[in-house]
Design a protein around this ligand. Sequence first.
Ligand code: CAA
Length: 394
Amino acid sequence: MIFSLTEEQLAVQEAAREFAQNELKPGVIERDRDMIFPKEQVQKMGELGLLGMMVAPEYGGSGMDSLSYVLAMEEISKIDNSCSVVMSVNNSLVCWGIETYGTEEQKQKYLPKLASGEWIGSFCLSEPEAGSDATSQRTTAIDKGDHYVLNGTKNWITNGGTSSLHLVIAQTDADKGHHGINVLIVETSWDGVEIGAKEDKLGIRSSDTHTIMYNDVIVPKENRIGEDGFGFKFAMKTLAGGRIGIASQALGIAAGAYELALAYSKEREAFGKAISRHQAIAFKLADMATEIEAARLLVYRSAWLKDQKLSYDTASSMAKLFASEVAMRHTVEAVQIHGGYGFVKEYHVERLMRDAKITQIYEGTSEVQRIVISRSILKGQLYIPVYGGEQLEV
Ligand code: CAA
């Protein structure tokens, strides 16, 4: 086992860290307070190649591996999770989905725009009655020969107010259950795409999350991804990779809170010495460092499996489950270490604590990750894909 990063991966990590400190940190508190979408910052992320990190250079991307993407996500997420969720959805759900399963025409038409940040994408699966139970799609895409007619409502759509492209999961043939679901590329400028209300959220408050309505939207057949009925499998396969992105976001939140708590505890004195010298605080720091490192290993390993083209579905669920629980637990501890200062916005940790919560919910709740992991255990598959190197079926 080799745990070291390459020169290129270290350079990506360093560049992302500097970008987050210099470009994202200024104004992050105000953007969060006022729910201001980080338009300029996202544009700069596009210019730096952070929005199409794994997209091949021939389609305008950076052509990097998943581990580099995770390293960059971790650094951005230490500072601004409204930016890192844009990055995660655009990279691992939208770009990856189109590049892996799209036609050559779809890739050429859409990937350069998405990878450069000229367009931002959204992944439209969740519905008022289809969150964890994602097969219960009510949105319909009725087959009319050379096009589909799309109708329905999607909820909690990340980038919903700013995206130019939606990947919409919809039911074409209800009799076929999840085998009758399709995934369509929808341009938001098309007639009938209606952007609903913006959500006022607990965390990641400057990312824009909206309800979206589709009213008789005409979608050409060439905008379907994959064979007829591939939509649900597409969603599951894409989300398996998306969960690596959210796991790295959770890791960054936990690591960011830990770094703040460590620095504060070395400066703040009580009872005649730095609070880090009191065992009550030192043991908290020890637990944080240990669990964050364990989360990091799970997250990096799931990215490594993906890069090796080995099966990573269970590994990504384990990484997301553990990293998001660590993020929640240790951001609470980081606030506690800061005492009264932790409860005010100026010190950043309360924001990270609020941001941590969503990582236990989106792209599959912790309960959904436990479904995926336990089914894998019960099928006797767990250790085969993780350590034996089971070849990935794309
Ligand atoms: N790869 C390929 N196929 C898969 C798969 C995978 N990882 N997981 C499931 N499937 C296939 C199954 O093989 C099955 O197909 P067949 O019938 O042909 O065998 C089909 O999908 C249905 O699978 P299940 O019977 O396991 O389905 P289920 O109803 O029991 O649900 C579930 C499984 C894991 C709970 C799934 O519904 C799920 O992941 N739910 C959570 C959805 C989710 O993550 N939503 C997030 C919204 S997107 C978002 O948050 C983005 C954002 O903006 C931040």
